[in-house]
Ligand binder design. Structure first.
Ligand SMILES: Nc1ncnc2c1ncn2[C@@H]1O[C@H](COP(=O)(O)OP(=O)(O)O)[C@@H](O)[C@H]1O
Ligand SMILES: [Mg+2]
Length: 518
């Protein structure tokens, strides 16, 4: 049987595309069809062999018949009929197999051709969508170099060689320009005979286009999502700013009023304490004079002196006045700090000593640093370097110091002794964050529990808090970040090690901010 499986059938092309085949998994189907096709090839080869043998037997019997006796003629005639019957059966099966093969071929909508090891196209079957313009008559029997463009021919030759060598299905994609458009093809090469390869070529331009469109829309979606995320962040930041501004303005107003209310009476207490001290001195001298001039007082006076422990009072009175002076002094300082802290910032930057800001903030937080109940005092270690005056918004920087110190105090709440906060200031030469400028560095460290790695990149987000309701607002760090980065073009960094502690580092570039030393 030399008839080739791809000889064209007179079929209706529009009916050839099995609707199921056009389903979303064409590759799976194609592989299934190819497997069926290989079985059929094997079956056909086997049947062809059998048919050939039967034909030989018939020829031999026919020859024998010519020379046999009548009995043998009869017997051999019977054998001949049975062989004839078998021959017809086999022919029928073979026809069915051929029909099945043809329907399979027709079910494949792709372009197919067979090339032999001589690189001659031995069969050609155009694709069902008629995207290919080579006529079957112009292709069959020709060398691939003579019908395909140069690079496509070289490419086909390469796959022909590997497929014949390995016997395995090969796959490749290529692009060809046809009818003014670029077409994407996917080709499969299957060994279909001893020295023959079947190529199945599919136009995948639409699929590629769809994939490219999908990628473009994916990128657009991602961009849109990023934009949305940014808008959300901006909104949150604006909301946080509003809340903070509102809070700070009412808090600031209240603090100014309290500071004013405290300052006047304290000034009067403090001022009068000096007179009281002098008056007490005078009265004590008078008392001593009485004692010297009347060493034997009347019994009634002597009784009063003993009962009221006047001698102790005389000894302790100067010390009590001194304590009062210290207390009043502290109250006065506190009132000043409160006023400074809440003073509304002017539109312009002003020169400020950052150490004053840090000390003032510490004064306001004094009570929270003291030992309370069974919590030991928090030790504050100041390691101040020499800093120039800095042009800044001092009130806003005070707010940053306050937020960072308050967080450190919160972090140390349930920590064992020693509970420490270290405040270090210095000038760093050519800080890596500011390639050409020197910078001021203020670091606030605590030996608290640290911040878990999993939340470290969220702490600057507005409203992020790990503190219970009512205690944390999640605004402190977000506002601090904004003040340092946006208002002062600086950096605010956090380094934290779980179980060791946390350090916040404020870096303010000097450059234009640099001011003459005090
Ligand atoms: N020094 C610190 N030690 C441990 N955790 C900290 C420290 N500073 C900030 N955090 C973490 O960062 C979160 C956000 O802080 P912040 O913005 O000031 O909001 P809040 O203090 O209201 O929670 C805190 O809830 C806490 O989990
Ligand atoms: Mg806070």
């Amino acid at each position: 049987m030399s008839q080739h499986i791809f000889q064209r059938a007179s079929c209706n092309r529009s009916l050839m595309i099995d609707p199921v085949y056009q389903d979303s998994s064409p590759n799976a189907l194609l592989y299934r069809i190819l497997a069926d096709y290989e079985c059929l090839l094997a079956e056909r080869n086997c049947l062809e062999g059998e048919l050939e043998n039967t034909q030989k037997e018939v020829t031999a019997l026919k020859t024998a018949l010519n020379h046999s006796t009548l009995v043998r003629i009869h017997l051999e005639h019977e054998m001949l009929s049975s062989i004839q019957e078998r021959y017809e059966q086999i022919t029928q099966i073979l026809e069915q197999t051929e029909a099945k093969t043809k329907s399979l071929i027709q079910a494949i909508p792709d372009l197919m051709f067979c090339v032999n090891s001589e690189r001659i196209v031995v069969d050609y079957y155009p694709d069902k969508q008629e995207l290919h313009f080579l006529e079957t008559e112009n292709v069959i029997g020709k060398k691939i170099q003579d019908v395909f463009p140069q690079d496509l021919a070289t490419w086909t030759e390469y796959y022909l060689k590997i497929t014949l060598e390995t016997g395995e299905v090969q796959m490749g994609e290529y692009v060809v320009k046809g009818d003014d458009k670029w077409h994407h093809y996917e080709a499969r090469y299957v060994k279909s005979g001893k020295d023959e390869v079947l190529a199945i070529v599919r136009d995948i331009t639409q699929r590629k286009q769809a994939e490219a469109n999908l990628r473009v829309s994916e990128i657009q979606e991602r961009e849109r999502a990023l934009q949305l995320e940014k808008t959300l962040k901006d909104l949150q930041q604006a909301q946080a700013q509003l809340i903070q501004a509102e809070k700070m303005s009412s808090l600031g107003q209240m603090m100014t009023e309290i500071a004013h209310e405290i300052k006047n009476p304290i000034s009067s207490i403090y001022g009068n304490l000096t007179y009281i001290d002098q008056d007490i001195q005078t009265l004590m001298e008078l008392f001593k004079l009485y004692q010297q001039n009347y060493p034997e007082p009347l019994p009634e006076i002597q009784e009063f002196i003993t009962a009221s422990d006047v001698n102790t009072i005389i000894n302790e009175l100067p010390q009590s006045v001194e304590f009062m002076r210290l207390g009043a002094n502290r109250l006065y300082d506190l009132a000043l700090s409160l006023r400074n802290f809440s003073r509304l910032d002017s539109q312009e930057m002003v020169s400020a000593d950052l150490h004053i800001g840090l000390d003032g903030t510490l004064k306001i937080l004094h009570n929270q640093l003291k030992s309370k109940g069974n919590h030991a005092e928090i030790e504050v270690i100041k390691d101040y370097g020499e800093l120039p005056l800095v042009k800044c918004y001092p009130n806003q920087l005070n707010q940053v110091f306050m937020n960072l110190l308050a967080n450190a105090i919160d972090a140390l709440e349930n920590q064992p002794v020693p509970r420490k906060i270290i405040i270090k200031t210095d000038i760093c030469k050519r800080h890596p964050d500011f390639l050409v400028e020197d910078a001021i560095r203020i670091s606030i460290s605590d030996n608290g529990p640290g911040i878990p790695k999993s939340v470290q990149d969220q702490i600057f987000n507005p409203f992020f808090t790990t503190k219970p309701m009512g205690k944390g607002t999640g605004l402190g760090l977000s506002i601090a970040h904004q003040i340092i980065v946006e208002k002062h073009q600086g950096r605010l960094k956090c380094t934290s090690q779980e179980g060791q502690g946390t350090t916040f580092e404020i870096i303010l570039p000097l450059g234009e901010l640099f001011q003459a030393r005090k």
